[in-house]
Design a binder for this molecule. Structure first.
Ligand SMILES: C[S@@+](CC[C@H](N)C(=O)[O-])C[C@H]1O[C@@H](n2cnc3c(N)ncnc32)[C@H](O)[C@@H]1O
Length: 459
């Protein structure tokens, strides 16, 4: 029989624009989630995979898949121990990983559980996982396999878990190469960084000070019983995540979703009215909007991805920041001859593409999608973009290098190599490597990992 489920809490991802609806059957949610996870195992981003889930199942599939990705090292290790061979069906293979994780939650003591874990009884879970194979033709033949694997896990749980104790991937839920890269770069901090990446992040906002004040937003939230804590100059953090479109002021453009670590970029640039500014890798426009909120600048915002550039336009429109001084161009930062009018920029923001290793707590699929071999070509692309952009900076002007990565190749090493290549570049004060952290007195909103290096072009 199909059982109605208790929906786990919805993740505070910037992608979560979804409203929670009447709970669907758990078996349907498990199958939809397994399809999304199977797509991630085949290289698709979780965001794209979730867009293919039917709308009524999406909120539960999102919550279940975010939990699963944060524990996927454990899921993969259990599958290896319990399966003699991989079933020739990616959905069933992912369903086994997902169900094993949820069954482990069901069988564990409440004090041992991740507070964000979706909890069902073991009986419900096994029954619904088996049931979920019966809804569609491609999974019909796997009922017996799912039943056998889950029941064996129930019987042999203690011995199986003991075998995971020596498995780094299962313990930290990151790929081995990633763990080793952090061990090398952060011999003191690597464990904390890996653990932070698996904690459900808060919903962090930046108030649009052109449209309103932080006090006004706090009051509007308080009127609906929503508690928000202020941080930085315009930040607000909500302890209890909510669907963002349901919060007061969303359609009026009073605020944007932006992690605390990303809110350093625009203020570092000390923007003044009338400055010529280039946002060279702008989409989806978080930092573009922040710059426009701080000063009346002449802004060229560029991104190579036409569809993502459309999101910049939508975001600026919602925030009331589009005007005649703002130019949006879908082109490569490295093809300046196609879009540049030849007048140097006072400020260039280079928020270059990166592995996104600093933002895995909000995008838990990233660690499983990246490969160790991605790092070199990504750092090379960054170097090429930076070198192209440097020639567009006016004498006395600034270039800000930003990445949302914690790998030194995309941070400090990149900045040092840039200085070596460009004699006229002078390094200015900037935060450098910001490491991801949970909320503490110094960081009320916690933060994702970012790297900032600011260069001024000597006259
Ligand atoms: C880290 S994201 C930028 C985030 C954005 N600045 C924000 O705050 O919302 C990097 C962006 O660089 C874009 N990109 C990649 N290669 C590019 C290139 N050659 N020229 C311009 N943009 C590029 C990607 O499409 C992606 O949107």
């Amino acid at each position: 029989m199909k059982e109605r489920q208790i929906l786990p809490s919805i993740d505070a991802s910037p992608y979560n624009l979804l409203m929670t609806q009447a709970a669907p059957a758990l078996s349907d949610s498990l199958l939809a989630t397994a399809r999304a996870l199977g797509a991630v195992e085949n290289g698709q981003s979780l965001t794209d995979a979730l867009l293919e889930v039917q709308p009524d199942l999406r909120p539960s599939a999102q919550a279940l898949s975010f939990y699963a990705m944060r524990h996927w090292g454990q899921a993969m290790a259990l599958r290896r121990l319990l399966l003699d061979r991989v079933p020739q069906n990616p959905t069933v293979y992912a369903l086994l990983g997902l169900s094993l994780l949820l069954l482990e939650v069901a069988l564990s003591e409440p004090v041992e559980r991740d507070p964000a874990a979706p909890t069902y009884t073991a009986h419900t879970l096994v029954d619904q996982a088996v049931q979920s194979t019966q809804g569609q033709r491609d999974t019909l033949n796997f009922k017996g396999l799912v039943n056998a694997v889950l029941r064996r896990f129930q019987r042999e749980r203690a011995a199986l878990l003991a075998q995971l104790a020596q498995d780094l991937e299962a313990q930290y839920n990151h790929p081995k190469w990633w763990i080793e890269a952090l061990q090398k770069a952060y011999p003191q901090d690597w464990q904390r960084l890996l653990q932070t990446a698996n904690v459900h992040p808060p919903l962090t906002l930046r108030v649009n000070v052109r449209a309103t004040t932080r006090e006004a937003v706090e009051q509007a939230f308080a009127a609906q019983g929503i508690t928000a804590t202020a941080f930085g100059t315009a930040g607000l953090v909500l302890e209890v995540p909510r669907p963002i479109a349901s919060l007061p002021g969303y359609s009026q453009g009073w605020w944007s979703v932006q992690d605390a670590g990303a809110q350093f970029a625009a203020p570092l640039l000390e923007l003044k009215d009338g400055m010529r500014v280039l946002d060279a890798c702008a989409a989806p426009g978080g930092k573009t909007a922040h710059m426009l909120e701080l000063a009346k600048i002449k802004l060229t915002a560029l991104d190579i991805d036409n569809a993502r550039m459309g999101r910049v336009e939508q975001n600026l429109e919602r925030l009331g920041l589009l005007n005649d001084e703002v130019e949006l161009i879908a082109e490569s930062a490295m093809r300046a001859h196609t879009w540049w009018d030849g007048k140097p920029f006072d400020v260039v923001l280079a928020d270059v593409p990166c592995t996104a290793s600093g933002i895995v707590r909000r995008h838990p699929d990233i660690r499983w999608l990246r490969r160790a071999t991605d790092l070199k070509p990504t750092a090379k692309l960054q170097r090429e973009i930076l070198d192209s952009l440097w020639s567009l900076v006016a004498p006395g002007g600034k270039l800000l290098l930003v990445t949302c990565s914690i790998f030194p190749e995309e941070g400090e090493l990149q900045a040092q190599a840039f200085l070596k290549r460009h004699q006229q570049a002078l390094r200015m004060p900037a935060p450098g490597q910001l490491l991801p952290c949970l909320a503490d007195p110094e960081h009320p909103a916690g933060q994702d990992g970012f790297f900032y290096a600011l260069f001024s072009r000597q006259v």
